[in-house]
Design a protein around this ligand. Sequence first.
Ligand SMILES: [Zn+2]
Length: 315
Amino acid sequence: MLVTPSCLKVTIVPIHLSSVSRRQFLTQSAAALASVSVLRVGFAAEASEVTTLALVSDTHVPKTTDTTARGVNMTDNLNRVVRQINALETKPAAVLFNGDCAYLKGLPEDYANFANSVQPLIDAEQQLHMTMGNHDNIPNFYNALTAQRPEKPLVASKHVTVLETPHANLFLLDSLMKTDIVTGELGEAQLKWLAETLDARADKPAIVMAHHTLHMEPIEVGKTIGGIADTAEFLKVLHARPQVKAYVFGHSHVWAHTKDGDLDLINLPACAYVFNEAQPNGWTLARLSKSGIEFELQAHDKSHKNHKQVFAVNW
Ligand SMILES: [Zn+2]
């Protein structure tokens, strides 16, 4: 990602800077920009235009390119998506990987393979962001994708990012509790930061994204929680802020659109394998405009009945 913001058609500016220092900042090399955790993307296009984002969840990339699981070669699936994103007529403002980048244990070799697969996106000057899933490992991830390591984390020991776009702000959270343990957790510090960060950006619609599903059922002692353990506290933060329009997640390897009250819940499909044969795997093209966000399924199987299905969240 050693390119200038103008080549990227994406403006990357830390929002706390004055306009003078912003100009100075823009003259610096993009190498320094990569480690900033609050970014502005999509502003180079006309404000009336649509900002597109490529969303890729649950890639589960293993250490060797020939490893398969559930009849799927995960590396091949990611490579196919990378080619499709690079072939898009409109270059997305950013490519977001929503967790479980690595196969199961977040091994250094998994991330080496993952980094190799996404290199064509970097070569094409695409801007990449990742969230962490239950099969990820933050230190190993940072070691393989060094540009992703923030100079100053927004939340201690968590990989979180804020993306400001012309029509909405995106909050990329970290629900990884412990590598290879299915349960997710946001934690008190991250939720406090999220509440404050949302309050500081109450003027624009907000899309919140993390790897894990919500855990809506009552918590039962001795029963494993497959989603976010502190869902109740998380939903309290989201529901108290009317600018929050949608929660976007992966983890279940299911493509679905449901609601919790006024909040839209968008379940991104897995890029890797499915747990239910009826489900599509693939990725999602998102289009942000002044009136909402659309999510369009890009199924690997172009003959799947849900290929190109659009879930719309309007505001
Ligand atoms: Zn997964």
